[in-house]
Design a protein around this ligand. Structure first.
Ligand code: SF4
Ligand code: SF4
Length: 117
C-alpha cells in the first residue's frame, strides 16, 4: 500500500528529505507523493519515513486510509502514529502498558458496537 498526503499537510517538507526514493515533491503549499516512485520504504526503513517524520496526525497516511471515510480506520491511523511517537519518549514501558490497556478497551467497545442490532 502506497502512502498519500492529505489536506492536513502543513507543508513543512520534512517528508521530502526523509523519503529514500525521492518520491515526494513540494506541490504548492503542500507535498505530493509520486505513487510510481514510492516503495513504502521497503528495504530502507522498517516504517515509512514520510509517515514517521510528519508532525501532523493525518498529514501523511496510507493511501487506503486517505481514500476511505471510515472513522475507525482513521482513528487507528492516528492512534498508531501517536503510539510510535510516545515510544520514542522516556519510559516507553509505561506507555506500552497504558496503550495496551487502552487498545483492549477500544477493541471491547468495537466488539460491543458490532453486535448491537
Ligand atoms: S512510504 Fe517511503 S518511499 Fe513512499 S513516499 Fe513515504 S518515505 Fe517515500
Ligand atoms: S511531513 Fe507531513 S506536514 Fe510536512 S510536508 Fe510532509 S506530509 Fe506535509
Amino acid at each position: 500500500m502506497t502512502y498519500a498526503i492529505t489536506s492536513n499537510c502543513i507543508g513543512c517538507q520534512r517528508c521530502v528529505s526523509a523519503c529514500p526514493t525521492a518520491a515526494i515533491q513540494k506541490d504548492g503549499a503542500q507535498a505530493r507523493i509520486d505513487v510510481n516512485r514510492c516503495n513504502q520504504c521497503v528495504g530502507s526503513f522498517s516504517v515509512p519515513q514520510c509517515w514517521a517524520s510528519c508532525p501532523t496526525s493525518h498529514g501523511c497516511i496510507e493511501a487506503l486510509a486517505a481514500a476511505t471515510t471510515d472513522y475507525w480506520e482513521n482513528w487507528f491511523t492516528t492512534y498508531t502514529h501517536v503510539v510510535q511517537r510516545l515510544n520514542k519518549t522516556a519510559n516507553p514501558k509505561y506507555w506500552n502498558r497504558w496503550f495496551d490497556r487502552y487498545a483492549a478497551m477500544v477493541k471491547r467497545l468495537q466488539k460491543e458496537r458490532s453486535v448491537t442490532p
